[in-house]
Design a protein around this ligand. Structure first.
Ligand code: UTP
Length: 289
């Protein structure tokens, strides 16, 4: 039996330049889809997958994320005194339990690989998950829960995958697939943001990873890759062939909320599933589309 996946790392130190000026003072991960910040969906997905410890790699200007997960004493007192038990319960349920969340800073936005490497001491010598909160994945069960199930079969490293149109490969990490067993695909290689003509497939990584702690040895090299950043994809590529490495073609819908159209689409899709707003929104959309 391999070690269970108990910890998740949320790299939330990116600059979010595609959402300026909104992200000048509000972290991208706190932008709401309907009425929940992106990071809340990510934490809920991790909880559903059985994660017990939540590690946030933040950066300058991101203290609002730690505040968001803290006890809002005055607000909760006010809600209690007004008898607003529904809102109070919502705030209590969304918080990680005491001692289950850690926050550390990536001192410079040197890339996703560097952000994950910053969490090495908090993760320690055990396999762990990584969730990119700006990739909102809508599915039941959640993507990470699906991946943990796959990991229990394959062990080693597992990444979430999705098939995309060929013209989109230069936005994501793309894998070279090997043998397929249902939705589980052996990974032979991976490359970050290849041009469509250079891409080894159209299967891209969706911002969900289960990794062995050996990844930190490779990230320690601090090699710069695509965009001059320390890329997680480059370090993962070095594990291939040395440890089991699989992808899970996840069952669900992905909204790339790091880009504006994906973010707007997520808001519409989630709002249309809400009883308290679907009819009104649908009527409005009919008038404008
Ligand atoms: P992105 O490539 O989306 O970068 O990062 P970004 O800075 O967030 O956004 P843009 O491109 O400037 O608009 C993918 C994920 O990696 C994290 C981001 O927070 C995001 O979740 N990240 C990226 C870090 O934590 N640190 C980094 O140095 C870079």
């Amino acid at each position: 039996m391999s070690k269970p996946i108990r910890k998740v790392v949320f790299p939330v130190a990116g600059l979010g330049t595609r959402f300026l000026p909104a992200t000048k003072s509000v972290p991208k991960e706190l932008l709401p889809v309907v009425d929940r910040p992106l990071i809340q969906y990510a934490v809920d997905e991790a909880k559903e997958a059985g994660i017990e410890h939540f590690i946030f790699v933040t950066g300058r200007g991101k203290t609002a994320i730690a505040d968001y997960f803290d006890h809002a004493y005055e607000l909760e007192q006010t809600l209690a005194s007004k008898g607003n038990t529904d809102a109070l319960k919502m705030l209590t349920d969304m918080r990680p339990p005491a001692g289950a969340a850690s926050f550390l800073r990536q001192q410079e936005p040197a890339g996703l690989g560097h952000a994950v490497w910053c969490a090495r001491d908090l993760v320690g010598n055990e396999p762990f998950a990584v969730i990119l909160a700006d990739e909102l994945l809508k599915s039941s069960p959640g993507c990470l829960a699906q991946m943990v199930e796959a990991y229990n079969e394959t062990q080693g490293n597992v990444v979430g995958l999705l098939d995309v149109p060929p013209e989109h490969t230069d936005r994501y990490g793309v894998i070279k697939p090997g043998t397929r067993n249902g939705k589980i695909i052996e990974i032979e290689d991976m490359v970050e943001k290849p041009k469509p003509e250079d891409a080894p497939s159209t299967l891209v990584m969706v911002g969900r990873y289960i990794l062995q702690p050996t990844i930190f040895d490779h990230l320690s090299r601090q090699d710069r890759g695509a965009g001059g950043e320390i890329q997680l994809t480059d370090a993962m590529a070095r594990l291939i062939g040395k440890e089991p490495f699989h992808g899970l073609e996840f069952d669900g819908v992905r909204f790339d909320c790091g880009n504006k159209v994906g973010f707007m689409a997520a808001n519409v899709a989630y709002a249309l599933e809400r009883d308290d707003m679907a009819d009104e929104l649908r009527d409005f959309l009919r008038t404008v589309v």
